[in-house]
Design a binder for this molecule. Structure first.
Ligand code: FAD
Length: 418
């Protein structure tokens, strides 16, 4: 069978690794000009490999396969160098959070580091290139697919028996084109995660930062909304993220330069029902409203005390923002956020303060908006010859889950055909 895979990221790697020894002819179409310049994602920056049943994606991937895929990536390093850690495997911490109504997220992690990823990716590519049935096509931006009986055309030209779309989040344009043409492919698009980046002095969360690399908890707030932490950055920095027509906040940490603050996202999952069908539109409008108040490409910064009392922040006290001065304005996030989201965040922080005293200090900082868009959930049952794997399918959000999705899809194809 002649199979096209669109995009060469984590999902494609899992797919090709599993199918490479079969008889199938595999063509990989990647829009970047070569293996070194493909779009930025976790297999090109950072490379944290998580093993967890509770995070990384909504598809079912057993721990055995996750561990096997972690070992696959580690085996591609030149000298098996990586950092290792875990979250909430310490019972004392787990119990402390659990007792206050939090759901601690258990995970093991393996950190490869940005510095090694280029070489790992190249080693994988070089291995695939040795297979006669695998053909790479770079500079190949796929803009659309056409379905004919028993065949799928790419860009209205090349015909394949099966097309597997693995374009990640950076391939949203192609996904939107496919959805416009085949709306029945979408099974769910009702969710968006809205919230703030929270920043506080390191010493308040020191014990937690020492105990685990990434502290992830979920909490069902009194509003009924699920609230979660995401992307904890000890000694880190807050940055803005430019989406073209609006700006949001994010956080990161550097290997050498350290700040005296820790930042993490506090996100509320907003899940709406029929006739709502535009979570990206909803999130973007709130982001634009925040930017409108803050000034073009700026975000709003507010102290926790002022956030609680809906007053504009005019002065800061002890906590020095790590976001550069020209990127924010002191203001009132409540003018842009729906009340239910603001109340969910306050309930979360107050409750977190009962586990980590000092989290709810008046002068801790909130930056808004932080938004995580979910990809539309796409069906793999609707079309025989057109499949979606990895983040673009809406089913995964991590390197290991995306790689596993590709692996499992290849396994299915092999089983059904042989
Ligand atoms: C900055 C960043 C850091 C991250 N860090 C981590 C981390 O440490 N750990 C973790 O588990 N997850 C991390 N993630 C998430 C992780 O990278 C993704 O979940 C995972 O890579 C998804 O795999 P994928 O194959 O679906 O997409 P990708 O790995 O993004 O691959 C998609 C590929 O498709 C190509 N493409 C897109 N459109 C087209 C088109 N139209 N035609 C042809 N080719 C196209 C792209 O150039 C890209 O190479 C991070 C994400 C980002 C953005």
């Amino acid at each position: 069978m002649k199979i096209a895979i669109i995009g060469f990221g984590a999902a494609a790697i899992g797919f090709i690794e599993k199918i490479k020894d079969s008889e199938h002819e595999i063509h990989v179409f990647e829009k970047s000009k070569d293996i070194y310049s493909s779009s930025i994602s976790g297999i090109r920056a950072d490379g944290k490999l998580f093993v967890s049943k509770e995070m990384g994606g909504d598809i079912e991937v057993d721990i055995e396969l996750q561990e096997k895929l972690v070992e696959y990536y580690i085996s591609k390093t030149s000298d098996r160098k990586f950092e290792r850690g875990s979250s909430f495997t310490n019972h004392e911490f787990y119990n402390k959070f659990y007792a206050k109504g939090f759901q601690p997220i258990l995970s093991e992690f393996f950190h490869l580091g940005t510095d090694q990823l280029k070489q790992i990716l190249y080693t994988i590519y070089k291995d695939f290139k040795t297979y006669k049935n695998i053909h790479f096509h770079f500079n190949a931006d796929i803009e659309g697919v056409t379905m004919l009986t028993g065949k799928v055309l790419l860009n209205n030209k090349k015909a394949f028996d099966k097309v597997v779309i693995a374009v990640g989040r950076s391939g949203h344009k192609l996904i939107q084109t496919i959805i416009n043409e085949f709306p029945e492919a979408v099974t769910d698009n009702t969710k968006v995660d809205m919230g703030v980046r929270f920043e506080l002095p390191n010493h308040i969360v020191e014990e937690l930062n020492e105990e685990m690399y990434e502290f992830k908890v979920k909490y069902k707030s009194k509003t009924g909304y699920m609230v979660r932490t995401f992307c904890n950055n000890p000694s880190g920095f807050v940055v803005t993220e430019n989406y073209g027509d609006f700006a949001t906040v994010n956080g990161h940490s550097k290997l050498k330069t350290k700040s005296t603050n820790t930042n993490f996202a506090i996100l509320t999952t907003v899940k709406l029902t029929h006739p709502f069908d535009d979570p990206i539109g909803y999130g973007s409008h709130i982001a634009k409203l925040s930017n409108l108040l803050a000034g073009k490409r700026k975000v709003i910064l507010q102290t926790y005390k002022n956030f609680k009392s809906s007053k504009r922040t005019k002065n800061l006290y002890r906590v020095e923002p790590t976001l550069e001065r020209e990127s924010y304005i002191l203001g009132d996030i409540n003018l842009a956020f729906p009340r239910r989201i603001a109340e969910s965040i306050i309930d979360f922080v107050e409750n977190l303060n009962s586990v980590i005293p000092g989290v709810a200090n008046d002068d801790n900082l909130l930056y808004a908006p932080e938004i995580k868009f979910y990809s539309n959930k796409l069906s793999n049952d609707k079309f025989e010859d057109l499949k979606f794997i990895g983040d673009c399918s809406g089913g995964t959000r991590s390197i290991i889950y995306a790689t596993a999705h590709g692996w499992l899809m290849a396994e299915d194809i092999i089983k059904n055909v042989l």
